[in-house]
Ligand binder design. Structure first.
Ligand code: ATP
Ligand code: MG
Length: 288
Protein backbone atom coordinates (compact mmCIF):
# COMPACT_ATOMS: atom_id res chain seq x y z
CA UNK A 1 0.00 0.00 0.00
CA UNK A 2 1.72 3.16 1.19
CA UNK A 3 1.90 6.57 -0.38
CA UNK A 4 1.98 5.43 -3.99
CA UNK A 5 -1.32 3.53 -3.73
CA UNK A 6 -3.19 6.77 -3.03
CA UNK A 7 -2.12 8.20 -6.38
CA UNK A 8 -1.62 5.29 -8.73
CA UNK A 9 -4.18 2.47 -8.70
CA UNK A 10 -2.38 -0.58 -7.41
CA UNK A 11 -3.26 -4.11 -8.38
CA UNK A 12 -3.92 -6.46 -5.48
CA UNK A 13 -4.44 -9.60 -7.57
CA UNK A 14 -3.19 -10.65 -10.99
CA UNK A 15 -4.47 -13.76 -12.76
CA UNK A 16 -2.19 -14.37 -15.74
CA UNK A 17 -2.99 -16.84 -18.51
CA UNK A 18 -4.52 -19.24 -15.99
CA UNK A 19 -5.88 -22.57 -17.16
CA UNK A 20 -7.66 -25.04 -14.89
CA UNK A 21 -8.03 -28.32 -16.73
CA UNK A 22 -10.36 -31.01 -15.33
CA UNK A 23 -9.38 -34.12 -17.28
CA UNK A 24 -9.43 -32.33 -20.63
CA UNK A 25 -12.21 -29.84 -19.81
CA UNK A 26 -10.89 -26.31 -19.35
CA UNK A 27 -12.98 -24.62 -16.66
CA UNK A 28 -10.56 -21.66 -16.94
CA UNK A 29 -8.86 -21.21 -20.27
CA UNK A 30 -5.81 -18.90 -20.35
CA UNK A 31 -7.74 -16.40 -18.25
CA UNK A 32 -6.29 -12.94 -17.70
CA UNK A 33 -7.89 -10.92 -14.95
CA UNK A 34 -6.85 -8.41 -12.30
CA UNK A 35 -8.31 -6.29 -9.52
CA UNK A 36 -7.07 -3.07 -7.98
CA UNK A 37 -6.82 -2.50 -4.25
CA UNK A 38 -10.02 -0.99 -2.86
CA UNK A 39 -12.26 -2.10 -5.72
CA UNK A 40 -15.62 -3.80 -5.41
CA UNK A 41 -15.60 -5.95 -8.56
CA UNK A 42 -18.53 -8.05 -9.66
CA UNK A 43 -17.97 -11.13 -11.81
CA UNK A 44 -20.91 -12.46 -13.79
CA UNK A 45 -21.28 -15.10 -16.49
CA UNK A 46 -23.59 -17.94 -17.47
CA UNK A 47 -23.68 -21.27 -15.63
CA UNK A 48 -20.41 -23.10 -16.01
CA UNK A 49 -18.51 -19.96 -17.09
CA UNK A 50 -15.78 -20.68 -14.53
CA UNK A 51 -16.65 -18.10 -11.87
CA UNK A 52 -16.47 -20.43 -8.87
CA UNK A 53 -13.42 -22.13 -10.36
CA UNK A 54 -11.73 -18.71 -10.44
CA UNK A 55 -12.31 -18.40 -6.69
CA UNK A 56 -11.14 -22.02 -6.19
CA UNK A 57 -7.93 -21.21 -8.04
CA UNK A 58 -7.27 -17.97 -6.13
CA UNK A 59 -7.87 -19.63 -2.75
CA UNK A 60 -5.76 -22.68 -3.58
CA UNK A 61 -8.67 -25.14 -3.56
CA UNK A 62 -7.62 -26.12 -7.07
CA UNK A 63 -4.17 -25.59 -8.54
CA UNK A 64 -3.95 -24.04 -12.02
CA UNK A 65 -2.69 -26.36 -14.74
CA UNK A 66 -0.93 -23.37 -16.32
CA UNK A 67 -0.46 -19.67 -15.67
CA UNK A 68 0.22 -17.66 -12.54
CA UNK A 69 -1.84 -16.03 -9.81
CA UNK A 70 -0.03 -13.28 -7.95
CA UNK A 71 -1.32 -11.66 -4.76
CA UNK A 72 -0.11 -8.13 -3.94
CA UNK A 73 2.23 -8.02 -6.96
CA UNK A 74 3.74 -4.70 -5.86
CA UNK A 75 4.75 -5.97 -2.43
CA UNK A 76 8.27 -7.27 -1.94
CA UNK A 77 8.25 -10.20 -2.17
CA UNK A 78 5.09 -10.62 -4.25
CA UNK A 79 3.17 -13.84 -3.54
CA UNK A 80 2.97 -16.33 -6.37
CA UNK A 81 0.07 -18.37 -4.99
CA UNK A 82 1.33 -21.55 -6.64
CA UNK A 83 3.76 -21.82 -3.72
CA UNK A 84 1.10 -21.71 -1.01
CA UNK A 85 -1.42 -24.19 0.36
CA UNK A 86 -5.08 -23.26 0.89
CA UNK A 87 -4.68 -22.46 4.63
CA UNK A 88 -1.56 -20.39 3.96
CA UNK A 89 -3.36 -18.38 1.28
CA UNK A 90 -6.08 -17.58 3.82
CA UNK A 91 -3.38 -16.40 6.24
CA UNK A 92 -1.83 -14.21 3.53
CA UNK A 93 -5.05 -12.20 3.61
CA UNK A 94 -7.48 -13.75 1.13
CA UNK A 95 -10.85 -14.58 2.73
CA UNK A 96 -13.66 -16.46 1.09
CA UNK A 97 -17.36 -16.84 1.64
CA UNK A 98 -19.11 -19.78 0.04
CA UNK A 99 -22.68 -19.62 -1.18
CA UNK A 100 -24.27 -21.56 1.69
CA UNK A 101 -24.02 -20.06 5.18
CA UNK A 102 -21.44 -21.80 7.32
CA UNK A 103 -21.90 -20.68 10.91
CA UNK A 104 -21.76 -22.52 14.24
CA UNK A 105 -25.48 -22.85 14.91
CA UNK A 106 -25.26 -23.67 18.62
CA UNK A 107 -22.99 -20.70 19.38
CA UNK A 108 -24.18 -17.15 19.81
CA UNK A 109 -23.76 -14.58 17.08
CA UNK A 110 -21.07 -12.89 19.15
CA UNK A 111 -19.14 -16.13 19.76
CA UNK A 112 -19.20 -16.91 16.05
CA UNK A 113 -17.59 -13.54 15.40
CA UNK A 114 -15.16 -13.94 18.29
CA UNK A 115 -13.90 -17.26 16.96
CA UNK A 116 -13.16 -15.66 13.61
CA UNK A 117 -11.14 -12.77 15.01
CA UNK A 118 -7.68 -12.56 13.59
CA UNK A 119 -4.96 -11.99 16.13
CA UNK A 120 -1.33 -11.47 15.32
CA UNK A 121 -0.05 -13.49 18.28
CA UNK A 122 -0.38 -17.03 19.61
CA UNK A 123 -2.79 -19.11 21.63
CA UNK A 124 -2.57 -17.08 24.84
CA UNK A 125 -3.51 -13.92 23.00
CA UNK A 126 -6.41 -15.70 21.33
CA UNK A 127 -7.67 -16.96 24.70
CA UNK A 128 -7.41 -13.46 26.12
CA UNK A 129 -9.03 -11.92 23.06
CA UNK A 130 -12.55 -11.56 24.46
CA UNK A 131 -11.16 -9.51 27.34
CA UNK A 132 -9.02 -7.21 25.26
CA UNK A 133 -10.32 -3.79 24.32
CA UNK A 134 -9.18 -3.96 20.68
CA UNK A 135 -11.20 -7.15 20.09
CA UNK A 136 -14.26 -5.69 21.77
CA UNK A 137 -14.18 -2.54 19.71
CA UNK A 138 -13.83 -4.48 16.51
CA UNK A 139 -16.64 -6.89 17.43
CA UNK A 140 -18.94 -3.99 18.27
CA UNK A 141 -18.10 -2.34 14.96
CA UNK A 142 -18.73 -5.54 13.02
CA UNK A 143 -22.03 -6.22 14.83
CA UNK A 144 -23.09 -2.72 13.91
CA UNK A 145 -22.02 -3.12 10.27
CA UNK A 146 -23.93 -6.39 9.83
CA UNK A 147 -26.94 -5.10 11.76
CA UNK A 148 -27.02 -8.00 14.23
CA UNK A 149 -26.27 -6.05 17.42
CA UNK A 150 -29.74 -6.80 18.90
CA UNK A 151 -29.16 -10.52 18.31
CA UNK A 152 -25.57 -10.68 19.58
CA UNK A 153 -26.45 -13.13 22.36
CA UNK A 154 -28.89 -15.29 20.36
CA UNK A 155 -27.85 -18.66 18.96
CA UNK A 156 -26.86 -18.42 15.33
CA UNK A 157 -29.14 -21.38 14.54
CA UNK A 158 -32.27 -19.26 15.07
CA UNK A 159 -31.23 -16.61 12.54
CA UNK A 160 -33.03 -16.30 9.19
CA UNK A 161 -31.17 -17.31 6.03
CA UNK A 162 -30.35 -13.67 5.28
CA UNK A 163 -29.11 -13.02 8.83
CA UNK A 164 -26.88 -16.11 8.70
CA UNK A 165 -25.36 -14.77 5.49
CA UNK A 166 -24.71 -11.40 7.17
CA UNK A 167 -23.19 -13.13 10.18
CA UNK A 168 -20.85 -15.00 7.87
CA UNK A 169 -19.90 -11.76 6.15
CA UNK A 170 -19.17 -10.43 9.65
CA UNK A 171 -17.01 -13.47 10.37
CA UNK A 172 -15.10 -12.70 7.20
CA UNK A 173 -14.62 -9.11 8.40
CA UNK A 174 -13.34 -10.43 11.75
CA UNK A 175 -10.58 -12.27 9.88
CA UNK A 176 -9.66 -8.87 8.41
CA UNK A 177 -8.49 -10.12 5.01
CA UNK A 178 -7.07 -7.77 2.39
CA UNK A 179 -9.13 -9.38 -0.35
CA UNK A 180 -12.60 -10.88 0.14
CA UNK A 181 -14.05 -13.35 -2.34
CA UNK A 182 -17.81 -13.75 -2.10
CA UNK A 183 -19.79 -16.28 -4.14
CA UNK A 184 -23.46 -15.51 -4.83
CA UNK A 185 -24.27 -13.72 -1.56
CA UNK A 186 -27.93 -13.02 -2.36
CA UNK A 187 -28.96 -16.45 -3.62
CA UNK A 188 -32.18 -17.44 -1.86
CA UNK A 189 -32.74 -13.98 -0.38
CA UNK A 190 -35.85 -11.83 -0.55
CA UNK A 191 -35.48 -8.58 -2.55
CA UNK A 192 -35.32 -6.65 0.72
CA UNK A 193 -32.60 -8.90 2.16
CA UNK A 194 -30.75 -8.65 -1.12
CA UNK A 195 -30.79 -4.85 -1.00
CA UNK A 196 -29.51 -4.88 2.62
CA UNK A 197 -26.75 -7.24 1.55
CA UNK A 198 -25.80 -4.80 -1.19
CA UNK A 199 -25.59 -1.99 1.36
CA UNK A 200 -23.47 -4.21 3.61
CA UNK A 201 -21.04 -5.06 0.81
CA UNK A 202 -20.75 -1.39 -0.12
CA UNK A 203 -19.91 -0.63 3.53
CA UNK A 204 -17.33 -3.45 3.61
CA UNK A 205 -15.79 -2.12 0.40
CA UNK A 206 -14.78 1.10 2.15
CA UNK A 207 -12.02 -0.80 3.95
CA UNK A 208 -11.44 -3.94 1.86
CA UNK A 209 -11.10 -5.14 -1.71
CA UNK A 210 -14.09 -7.26 -2.72
CA UNK A 211 -14.64 -9.69 -5.55
CA UNK A 212 -18.32 -10.66 -5.69
CA UNK A 213 -19.89 -13.24 -7.99
CA UNK A 214 -23.59 -12.93 -8.71
CA UNK A 215 -26.27 -13.39 -11.33
CA UNK A 216 -28.95 -11.12 -9.97
CA UNK A 217 -28.72 -8.00 -12.13
CA UNK A 218 -30.79 -5.83 -9.78
CA UNK A 219 -28.18 -6.61 -7.14
CA UNK A 220 -25.29 -6.18 -9.57
CA UNK A 221 -26.59 -2.74 -10.56
CA UNK A 222 -26.88 -1.78 -6.88
CA UNK A 223 -23.27 -2.54 -5.99
CA UNK A 224 -21.09 -2.63 -9.08
CA UNK A 225 -19.05 0.10 -10.68
CA UNK A 226 -17.01 -2.38 -12.74
CA UNK A 227 -18.19 -5.75 -13.98
CA UNK A 228 -16.22 -8.62 -15.47
CA UNK A 229 -18.04 -11.14 -17.64
CA UNK A 230 -16.63 -14.66 -17.89
CA UNK A 231 -17.60 -17.14 -20.56
CA UNK A 232 -16.15 -20.60 -21.14
CA UNK A 233 -13.28 -19.88 -18.77
CA UNK A 234 -12.22 -16.67 -20.51
CA UNK A 235 -12.80 -12.96 -20.02
CA UNK A 236 -15.59 -11.98 -22.41
CA UNK A 237 -16.16 -8.36 -21.47
CA UNK A 238 -15.32 -5.83 -18.78
CA UNK A 239 -16.61 -2.37 -17.99
CA UNK A 240 -19.48 -0.55 -16.33
CA UNK A 241 -22.77 -2.40 -15.85
CA UNK A 242 -24.19 -0.43 -18.76
CA UNK A 243 -21.24 -1.21 -21.02
CA UNK A 244 -21.34 -4.95 -20.45
CA UNK A 245 -25.12 -5.10 -20.74
CA UNK A 246 -24.97 -3.32 -24.07
CA UNK A 247 -22.10 -5.46 -25.36
CA UNK A 248 -23.43 -7.62 -28.24
CA UNK A 249 -21.07 -10.48 -27.30
CA UNK A 250 -22.51 -10.53 -23.78
CA UNK A 251 -26.08 -10.41 -25.06
CA UNK A 252 -25.36 -13.28 -27.41
CA UNK A 253 -23.85 -15.44 -24.67
CA UNK A 254 -26.76 -14.78 -22.35
CA UNK A 255 -29.32 -15.18 -25.12
CA UNK A 256 -28.06 -18.71 -25.53
CA UNK A 257 -29.00 -19.39 -21.93
CA UNK A 258 -31.97 -17.17 -21.21
CA UNK A 259 -33.84 -14.18 -22.47
CA UNK A 260 -32.84 -10.53 -22.15
CA UNK A 261 -35.42 -8.42 -20.44
CA UNK A 262 -36.24 -4.88 -21.58
CA UNK A 263 -36.41 -2.61 -18.55
CA UNK A 264 -39.36 -0.28 -18.35
CA UNK A 265 -38.90 3.21 -16.88
CA UNK A 266 -41.45 2.32 -14.19
CA UNK A 267 -39.35 -0.55 -12.86
CA UNK A 268 -37.23 0.19 -9.78
CA UNK A 269 -34.00 1.11 -11.49
CA UNK A 270 -30.90 2.00 -9.49
CA UNK A 271 -28.86 4.92 -10.74
CA UNK A 272 -26.29 2.83 -12.59
CA UNK A 273 -28.85 1.26 -14.90
CA UNK A 274 -30.21 2.79 -18.03
CA UNK A 275 -34.02 2.89 -18.19
CA UNK A 276 -33.68 1.87 -21.80
CA UNK A 277 -30.93 -0.62 -21.12
CA UNK A 278 -31.15 -4.36 -21.16
CA UNK A 279 -31.17 -6.28 -17.95
CA UNK A 280 -29.51 -9.65 -17.96
CA UNK A 281 -31.80 -12.02 -16.11
CA UNK A 282 -30.82 -15.09 -14.18
CA UNK A 283 -29.96 -17.96 -16.47
CA UNK A 284 -32.88 -20.31 -16.90
CA UNK A 285 -32.68 -23.11 -14.43
CA UNK A 286 -30.22 -21.37 -12.15
CA UNK A 287 -31.19 -21.89 -8.52
CA UNK A 288 -34.57 -23.04 -9.76
N1 ATP B 1 -13.89 -30.52 -9.86
C1 ATP B 1 -14.39 -30.46 -11.10
N2 ATP B 1 -14.24 -31.49 -11.96
C2 ATP B 1 -14.71 -31.43 -13.21
N3 ATP B 1 -15.37 -30.38 -13.72
C3 ATP B 1 -15.55 -29.32 -12.92
C4 ATP B 1 -15.08 -29.30 -11.57
N4 ATP B 1 -15.42 -28.10 -11.01
C5 ATP B 1 -16.07 -27.42 -11.98
N5 ATP B 1 -16.16 -28.15 -13.11
C6 ATP B 1 -16.78 -27.72 -14.35
O1 ATP B 1 -16.16 -26.52 -14.73
C7 ATP B 1 -17.12 -25.64 -15.30
C8 ATP B 1 -17.08 -24.34 -14.57
O2 ATP B 1 -17.67 -24.53 -13.30
P1 ATP B 1 -17.87 -23.36 -12.26
O3 ATP B 1 -18.45 -23.97 -11.04
O4 ATP B 1 -16.61 -22.61 -12.12
O5 ATP B 1 -18.94 -22.46 -13.01
P2 ATP B 1 -19.72 -21.18 -12.50
O6 ATP B 1 -19.42 -20.07 -13.46
O7 ATP B 1 -19.42 -20.96 -11.07
O8 ATP B 1 -21.21 -21.63 -12.71
P3 ATP B 1 -22.53 -21.38 -11.82
O9 ATP B 1 -23.09 -20.06 -12.29
O10 ATP B 1 -23.42 -22.51 -12.19
O11 ATP B 1 -22.15 -21.38 -10.37
C9 ATP B 1 -18.47 -26.35 -15.23
O12 ATP B 1 -18.73 -26.93 -16.49
C10 ATP B 1 -18.26 -27.40 -14.17
O13 ATP B 1 -19.07 -28.54 -14.43
MG1 MG C 1 -20.52 -20.99 -9.30
Amino acid sequence: MGFQSKIVPEEILQVKEVTVDFSGFKALNELNFSIERGELRVVIGPNGAGKTTLLDAVTGKVKPTAGRIVFQPNERPACDLAHYQEAEIARLGIGRKFQTPNVFKSLTVLDNLRLSLKYPRGVLHTLMAPFLQDGKDLLAEILDTIGLGPKAYREAGILSHGEKQWLELGMLLAQDPELLLIDEPVAGMTPRESERTGDLLLAMARKHTLLVIDHDMTFVRQIASKVTVLHEGRLLSQGTVREVQDNPKVMEVYLGHHKIEKKTPAAPTPAAASPKGHAIQKPIGHHA
